[in-house]
Design a protein around this ligand. Structure first.
Ligand SMILES: Nc1ncnc2c1ncn2[C@@H]1O[C@H](COP(=O)(O)OP(=O)(O)OP(=O)(O)O)[C@@H](O)[C@H]1O
Ligand SMILES: [Mg+2]
Length: 409
């Protein structure tokens, strides 16, 4: 095992995601001179030999369809609370496009067909690679959050084999946000004697295929306890939620249903999933560049809009802060809370709520801008802000991709 990556090697820490067990950070590696992602796993209490062996195994699993582990972190992230002891973590490449889950959220639906079929193929390639290692690795936590996307939206699996480590060292309480692992777990997992097998991953792949095809989360509004009862009784996500038509769609749906078969032995092996998905993707490969370009353009547009909203939000906060010196309690914008201004360190959740309110206010303002040419909204913030107003009237480009899924079909 080579040396640890210490906190002194990393700078510019920023939290970029949170899972059920802890946080993911990005930071710049001073010597490598690029940003990496760090997943903190557990305190370094000197009893972590098996964890380190596990990570070493992950490091040896190199495939284009599996996230490369670049090293083991040992240290404290900056601003760590005083009760946090030295931590161990995994250092990996930073995937700037985030996860499949974040793509689904941004598009508010499934991507164009060529990308659907490529994702189905690349995820199968990742699983097949892990299953065919000399010491096979079971993923055990396949879900859209654990499918990361590179700059060209190619998929790589992450967190393979980590679930066992995570379960034993929960750092923060698991929140049941509907994206929980339970929804991807096979029926046999809900009995005490459960031992995960390759077929368990194949079941999760089946559910993941449904999510890729629909852009949705399975059993979104159901409680985990209900899912645990209903799935062993044969309940699966509704096939009718898969909309539209495309070459190879019937075959992909057939594969999906075989993967989520009740009986593990009836499920296909990863190699069969891979070769089937490869054949189906070949029907759409000619249109993949257009599809990727279209999605990247939409993501970029959305990022610009979000950035504009963020900047406006921050300026509003500053305006509110300076106003508060003079006024005890004053309405700032209808529906935005009154009282003393929140300080910079306020909780992220609070910020998020405020931003959502702000966004809603902005939408109302956008629609009003047809009537009111140039009216002050809050303090110094003027409605004619070019970043928000830059979008032409009637431009629907931030809408879902549902209508544009015609590539190669
Ligand atoms: N290497 C990475 N590069 C960029 N973003 C990442 C990377 N790894 C994880 N993320 C982001 O961080 C989020 C949180 O990841 P994390 O693994 O902590 O939680 P999770 O996958 O949602 O749940 P779980 O705790 O079950 O793994 C992911 O959804 C993903 O968007
Ligand atoms: Mg994860």
């Amino acid at each position: 095992m080579e040396q640890f990556i210490e906190d002194s090697s990393l700078e510019g820490w920023k939290r970029i995601g949170s899972g059920g067990f802890g946080h993911i950070y990005k930071a710049r590696h001073r010597q490598w001179a690029y940003d990496v992602a760090i997943k903190l796993l557990r305190p370094d209490d000197g009893s972590n030999e098996s964890l380190l062996r596990e990570i070493e195994m992950m490091r040896q699993a190199t495939s284009p369809y599996v996230m490369a582990v670049r090293g083991v972190f040992k240290g404290l992230p900056p601003n760590a609370t005083s009760d946090l002891s030295t931590q161990l973590g995994v250092v990996m490449d930073l995937m700037k496009r985030g996860s499949l889950a974040s793509l689904q959220e941004a598009l508010d639906g499934p991507p164009p067909w060529p990308l659907v079929f490529r994702l189905a193929h690349q995820v199968a390639l990742g699983i097949n690679f892990l299953h065919s290692l000399t010491h096979p690795i079971l993923h055990k936590d396949l879900k859209p959050q654990n499918v990361l996307l590179d700059d060209s939206l190619n998929a790589k699996l992450t967190d393979f084999g980590l679930s066992r480590i995570s379960y034993s060292v929960a750092q923060v309480s698991r929140k049941d946000d509907g994206w929980g692992t339970t929804n991807y777990m096979p029926p046999e997992a809900f009995v005490l004697s459960y031992k995960p097998k390759r077929a368990s991953d194949i079941y999760s792949y089946g559910i993941l295929l449904w999510s890729i095809l629909t852009g949705k989360q399975p059993y979104k509004d159901a409680k985990a306890a209900i899912v645990e009862v209903q799935v062993p009784k044969g309940q699966r996500p509704p096939i009718d939620d898969i909309k539209g038509d495309a070459a190879g769609l019937t075959e992909l749906k057939e594969l999906m249903k075989r993967c989520w078969d009740e009986i593990p032995e009836e499920r296909p092996q990863a190699l069969e999933c891979t070769t089937k998905a490869e054949k189906l993707y070949q029907m759409h490969e000619h249109a993949i560049f257009d599809a990727v370009y279209e999605v990247l353009k939409k993501l970029e547009q959305k990022e610009k809009e979000d950035k504009g909203i963020n900047e406006l939000f921050q300026r509003t906060q500053i305006a509110k802060a300076s106003e508060s010196d003079r006024f005890e309690e004053e309405d700032v914008v209808d529906n935005i809370r009154k009282g003393p201004p929140p300080i910079q360190e306020q909780k992220e959740e609070e910020d998020k709520g405020m931003k959502e309110q702000f966004q809603r206010t902005q939408i109302v303002q956008d629609s009003e801008s047809d009537r009111l040419e140039d009216v002050d909204v809050v303090g110094n913030i003027r409605k004619g802000n070019p970043q928000i107003q830059g979008r032409k009237k009637g431009d629907t480009s931030r809408g879902p991709l549902g209508d544009s899924r015609t590539f190669g079909s």
